[in-house]
Design a protein around this ligand. Sequence first.
Ligand code: BGC
Length: 445
Amino acid sequence: MPQATYHFPRGFLWGTATAAHQVEGNNTNNQWWQWEQDGRTNGVSGLACDWWGGGRWREDFDRAAEGGQNAHRLSVEWSRIQPTPDRWDEDALERYRVILRGLKERGMMPMVTLHHFTDPLWVAEQGAWETEAIVPLFERFVRKTIEALKEYCTLWCTINEPTGYALNGYVAGGVGAFPPGKNDLRMAIKVQANLIRAHATAYRAIHQIQPEARAGFAHHYRSIAPQHAWSPLDRFVARNFFSGINLGFPSALATGVMRSPIGSVRIPEAKGTQDYFGFNYYTREYVTFDLLRPGKLFGRNFYRKDAELSDNGFLANEPDGMFEGLKWAVHMFPNLPVIVSENGVECADDHIRPRYSAQHIHQMWRAVNFNWPVKGYFHWSLVDNFEWDQGWKLRFGLWALDVETQKRTKRPSADLYAEICKENALSSEMVQKYCPEVMDKLFPV
Ligand code: BGC
């Protein structure tokens, strides 16, 4: 049996990622809570992981620290900090200070996201990101928050998956959509442009207040492949999907022009507004030409027929896409460090997670081994949490959550991840112990 160890560079960040609405509980003042009450999700967030009311972040952070994690990515909830346009909730800011101090005390570096899908109700009522009026509103919130939290954090993520926000809220439509549940591609592009403008403004505000800050955003990279590589029509669809999903936000930050399959928008102030590239990777999709879907750019997307699917078919295990995406990222932004800001899989009984994690971390190691500047990895997620439109159906945690009792139960992949974090490496012994079925893929003889 081969024995080998894939080492990571000293100082590599190992952590998990969470988001306010998904873990805090009782976030009653944002558009997602409303969406849940309207019956648009699979169950409601309710107490979520009870981080806010019950302070259960403490026990979850203890678990993360015991598991060797040296960083944690979380988000702050705008609707708590600014419940109405003219009121700041100083108690909420103080609570976030306590939480961030809690991370530091446990030896974990915080990475704080300022917007992770949720908008305060008062922002949603004004049309949220549909008009440029959002830019100064977001800037005020960002300034206030950075001032309040700068003592505890220097690594900021302005906006999580802005393209996901725009596409899920404005193109998907129907069941499973994100609020506001519209179906309007042009508006999606407008929303994305406003997200970019707000990001650029926030980036400058952050640096003005905290010159040593590192700020970026978290991009959802989706690997896209044509069903038939020989078919020009499938390749045409793949190019459009790739551009719609992967190029909009990044192209604006690289060049000052936001590219989209239906035209480009000049946003010169966005050029160069990131200190690292935040990279979320989950899966790869295949696409084919379908004349009956003009509203979807004549494309139909699906997972490969023989792909291994997650419990509910939400994701396919396609680790090569991780390497492909990192390669794309370092070519798109040659001078920037990359942080894998999310990666994980839904699987309640944990039969896929150990191999999914090991295979993706192996692909990330391949990138590191080329000397590409990948600086950290955040597993999604620490504990099962409220999975947006899918509610409690999808279980992404290293720890399982019983939503009724709030009891946490460790999954085997929490032990695997702890070994990886503590060793700063992925070894053949670990793979042999937790997912021997992929030994020949990760450590071929
Ligand atoms: C989002 C998370 C979400 C995860 C799993 C990411 O796109 O940022 O909030 O829970 O995917 O679906």
